[in-house]
Design a protein around this ligand. Structure first.
Ligand SMILES: [Fe+2]
Length: 251
């Protein structure tokens, strides 16, 4: 006779994931680390799955996919789109599709593509705020963002919406600095492939692992973020080099 404990299947380890990350290839923000540097850091931090979600353009190619694979990481293609000036994460979007309104976003909805509302109730014109409830059926999940402290937490409303409407919640860092990686992330109970991961998120098989930032830490991140935005603004104003002098972009 076989004892019950001997036949009990061992539950596989959940996948450590962060699906909202920026890198130096981002055309909007002046991030100081490259996609490969991020992948190496994520491997050091024992992440299983990440998505680089730069603004307006995808940072994803065979070279990066292989680089990540060699380090034990599944790299999911992603992008942070701006729709009516609001940010929306689209993971594994169809190639060369961009959306400028919610109607075109709705056309991307399919099992192979995951649509996430990042930091939906954070102050600032880039967060969905009122648009979220108007278009809730477009979103597969809402984000619990790393940027909060015990005193200030703009994630609270997102948490309430998830609980009221049964929408899945995922933890992301929205990292623009490597030190942000690992502050908030997801543990996804899925196999290491895109189909299983998306199904697990839609099925609420996700634990959000998070810790509030210390007040000083939050202040320091806010300060660095604002300086980064200022650098981006200044570099935008500078005249662009002659096209023949510009390096061609690989990604
Ligand atoms: Fe972002």
């Amino acid at each position: 006779m076989v004892k019950e404990s001997m036949v009990r299947m061992k539950r596989p380890r959940p996948l450590k994931a962060d699906l909202h990350l920026h890198t130096a290839e981002d055309p909007l923000d002046r991030v100081r680390y490259t996609a490969k540097e991020l992948i190496s850091k994520a491997a050091d931090e024992r992440f299983d799955v990440i998505s680089i979600t730069n603004h307006h353009q995808m940072t994803f190619n065979q070279d990066l996919l292989s680089y990540a694979q060699q380090r034990g990481i599944l790299l999911i293609p992603g992008i942070e789109m701006t729709i009516r000036r609001r940010h929306v994460l689209v993971l594994n979007p169809p190639p060369h599709k961009t959306c400028s309104d919610f109607l075109s976003l709705s056309k991307l909805r399919c099992p192979e593509t995951l649509i996430v509302a990042p930091h939906p109730y954070f102050p600032g014109t880039y967060s969905l705020n009122g648009y979220l409830l108007k278009h809730l059926d477009l979103f597969d999940a809402l984000e619990y963002c790393h940027f909060y402290s015990p005193m200030i937490n703009f994630n609270q409303r997102a948490l309430e919406v998830c609980q009221s409407f049964g929408i899945p919640l995922i933890g992301n860092s929205d990292a623009h600095f490597l030190s942000q990686l690992g502050t908030t992330y997801s543990l996804i109970h899925a196999e290491r492939n895109l189909e299983s991961i998306f199904a697990a998120i839609r099925g609420n098989q996700v634990e959000v692992v998070t810790r509030p930032l210390k007040t000083l830490e939050m202040g320091s991140i806010a300060n660095r973020f604002l300086r980064m935005k200022l650098r981006a603004k200044i570099s935008k104003r500078r005249p662009k080099p002659h096209p023949q002098c510009r390096k061609s972009k690989v990604i």
